[in-house]
Design a protein around this ligand. Structure first.
Ligand SMILES: [Fe+2]
Ligand SMILES: [Fe+2]
Ligand SMILES: [Fe+2]
Length: 296
């Protein structure tokens, strides 16, 4: 069956951005901005259609392991706000994120892109990997991600724009390769680049840049993808951790009991794995509130 991965990824970007806002107090649309910048750089480097699509997917999913990490380790989310102060804690979300997406249907089979999305070109990052040993896609995500976290690309003033350009120039050959820095400088010399990163233009800009990709996929593979999503949903709250996976497991038992055919069973499992999707948009202060909800 035909499956539109772009639509799916766009939904994932909303889900992840909601989570980062709630867990980390991040500004909205972070993964969308990272993906837009990555997409512009992938065009600049004339990546193939398959590579562009994969980078687009990896960029949206780059921090998918973050909330699970916070939940599993019991670390306060605050420490993730400044990676320069808490270097060692960042490794876990890179590893968790990499493992989470192993079943995702990437087209080039790229590995270690999420794992190394915080590495530095000169080897001073968390894993100590340097230069060409860091996949180009990971290097691109690293630049877009770090700079958006530090200086928020959506901020509308020239002073902030200068700060971003200075930071990136200063780290040329250190955090980022000369090629990537030169490419970024070229792309950002156009005012439209900065406008595209601002709300509400970022939605449209990302849609325009998205590599249209409908893939032929078996329904079982769609279930593998929605399982990635259900992990993200379960990461939302420590009180319901494993809720979706547990419910999906029971849905499978019920489908067998009622003798669903294989196709209906998989459809049922997909629905079960996504049933609590709306929780992502609800702040944890409400979801985890002890006792009854009040009007305010
Ligand atoms: Fe990250
Ligand atoms: Fe990020
Ligand atoms: Fe539920």
């Amino acid at each position: 069956m035909k499956f539109n991965l772009n639509n799916f990824l766009s939904a994932v970007s909303f889900a992840l951005d909601f989570l980062e806002i709630d867990f980390l107090g991040a500004t909205s649309n972070h993964s969308k901005r990272v993906t837009y910048i990555a997409q512009r750089l992938s065009e600049y480097f004339k990546m193939s259609d398959e590579e562009q699509f994969d980078l687009y997917s990896f960029a949206i999913l780059h921090d998918n392991g973050l909330c699970e990490d916070v939940l599993l380790t019991g670390r306060p989310a605050e420490i993730f706000k400044d990676k320069h102060k808490h270097l060692e804690t960042y490794i876990d979300h890179c590893n968790i994120g990499e493992e989470n997406v192993t079943s995702f249907p990437f087209l080039t089979g790229g590995r270690n892109i999420i794992r190394y999305h915080h590495e530095h070109f000169d080897g001073s990052g968390f894993f100590g990997v340097a230069g060409a040993d860091i996949p180009l896609m990971a290097q691109i995500i690293s630049l877009a991600d770090t700079v958006d976290n530090l200086y928020h690309f959506e901020t509308r003033n020239l002073e902030n724009r200068e700060k971003i350009i200075n930071f990136i120039s200063l780290h040329k050959g250190r955090y980022y390769s000369s090629e990537i820095v030169d490419a970024f400088m070229d792309i950002c010399s156009h005012t439209s680049f900065w406008l595209d990163l601002q709300e509400p233009f970022i939605y449209e800009a990302l849609l325009n840049k998205s590599p249209i990709k409908e893939i032929d996929i078996h329904i079982d593979e769609i279930f593998l993808i929605t399982k990635v999503f259900s992990k993200i949903i379960d990461s939302k709250s420590k009180f319901t951790y494993r809720h979706t996976s547990g419910l999906t497991e029971k849905a499978g038992i019920m489908a067998d009991f009622y003798q669903f055919n294989q196709n209906s069973k998989t459809q049922f499992l997909i629905a079960a794995s996504l049933h609590d999707l709306g929780k992502l948009a609800i702040p944890n202060a409400i979801l985890d509130k002890p006792g009854k909800l009040t009007k305010r």
